[in-house]
Design a protein around this ligand. Sequence first.
Ligand SMILES: Nc1ncnc2c1ncn2[C@@H]1O[C@H](COP(=O)(O)OP(=O)(O)OP(=O)(O)O)[C@@H](O)[C@H]1O
Length: 610
Amino acid sequence: MHLTLSVRDGEFCGRVQFEDVVYKIKTKAKGSINAKQSERAILKGISGAVLPGEMLAMLGPSGSGKTTLLTTLGGRIRRVGNNLDGSITYNGRPFSNSLKRNMGFVTQDDVLYPHLTVTETLVYTALLRLPSTLSRQTKVEQADAVIAQLGLAACRNSIIGGPLVRGISGGERKRVSIGQEVLINPSLLLLDEPTSGLDSTIAGRIVSTLWDLTKGGKTVVMTIHQPSSRLFYMFHKVLLLSDGNPIYYGKASDAMDYFARIGYAPTVAMNPADFLLDLANVTVMLAGISTDDAREDRASTKEALVSAYRNHLHGQVSEELSGISKQLKEYEPDKMATEWCTTWCEQFKVLLQRDLKERKHESFSGLKIAQVLLVALLAGFLWLHSGGHVQDQVGLLFFVVGFWSFYPVFQAIFTFPLERTMLTKERSSGMYRLSSYFAARMVADLPMELILPIIFVTITYWMGSLKPVAASFFTNLAVLLLSVLVAQGLGLALGALVMDLKAATTLASVLMLSFMLAGGYFVQNIPPFIAWIKYISLSYYAFKLQISSQYSPSDTYQCTPVMRCQVADFPSIKLVGFDHQGMALAALFLMLFLYRLVAYLGLMRVGVTG
Ligand SMILES: Nc1ncnc2c1ncn2[C@@H]1O[C@H](COP(=O)(O)OP(=O)(O)OP(=O)(O)O)[C@@H](O)[C@H]1O
């Protein structure tokens, strides 16, 4: 069966050449705090080429560097200093941002939204990744075609699922991940262990689908663990790695002959992939060599395999690479899709729809609503008889401000750390602009961010006998909604900056506590050196504006049984005062934008791994 998707030019980046690729990481020796950093080479001079119509499999034991090489070929490892050496080109050109939108990359772990169905997942991907020139209907049809081609029709309306929700099976999930990449009809498709954990029938089906892609002129590169011999012979080329060294590169069908020629042949008939893996692990029992040789220690056998590669294969690879380079000189490159596939507005619209659908269960969670209702009713009953008591009413105002400062911060703080892997995956493939994602996220969260405090205030305001005047109620509500949005921004900023939930929540609790304490209700005589905290405290400004919504400077209250005092002189009110209300409002608006800007800047770091 041939894949019939044809939405992009298939020759964008299909000729991949990599020559003497070396990748090093910095490591610290164990056991000593003062240990100096040393370098460890993960890839030690790897060369090869894959052309349109070819499927290259990277084989090797766990930890041999397959994923690292694949990630490097996918342009997802940053060059920092001299960590990455050698040359990698795509149709003779280096990696570029426009290229990432024309290649597919399937990661080892499936990064999918758990609450979307298979169809929704693929349709949203189609809407985001296929060009604007195609109609919505065509994109949906494209997604349907992929569902049929990958055998997902039976589970098309089932949710993906995750650790906490039961959904489709692991194999189906893997096929959805592959479908997301196949959808864009990439000229180059890179897959990290697309068959691991799957039974041999499903694995065979996946590899056959990928093989079909190569028949359509696509280039496929994958890492794979122990393919069956049927699958092994479907690969046009094989690259065998051992501890970061190449020990075989060439046609799959020539691999066994090559090793037999250099003195390594299996004693019994066995799956060539198993034999190659045993060799790379240096665990194979070798035929045709003496007992002494068989006892040869692992290091020297490995060295023998590495030097055999250098002597017999390295030259051939270099020749192949220079031959391709010569052809490329005569080859007129196709125009590459350098622009985004879809407009900002389209991206925003689709991301918003997807966010609303994916987070419906969370935003409208019964638990969340019950929690807010319960606290509102509790506060309402506690303050039921507070009418006319300034102390009680100021306390209620401060409690409401405090609750709605803490609550949104701790709701929002999870947003970006939990989305990080998804954002990295989607941004790495150039799926959408960060700004459209960010805007969609902000808007998708709004309904619940605003509905819950409205319900809360409506209950507490009237039960707590605050000023029964419509203008006061709406001012109080508006100020609270503004402070909720500010608090949400602060949570988003902390999450995006720290990206570690434990650290972010610890930091948030310290910050929010300092803001609350300096907010003007608990302490009146704050030492001057620390008094400035109130000027960065959202609780202070919100509290100040809430007070003004209830009282005016000329109001009085019964301070002793025989005397009325000025409300303005009441200690907690005196501290925040009635002046500079405009400034307080401006400060809240400033925070509203500033925190979101910080969150956006924090997110800009997410995108390319390495
Ligand atoms: N950023 C990193 N920091 C520390 N070690 C790393 C890093 N990247 C790779 N490594 C190490 O490099 C080696 C190769 O890793 P890689 O994931 O490429 O192996 P692999 O062949 O894909 O393994 P597997 O089949 O188990 O996925 C491993 O020993 C791994 O621990």
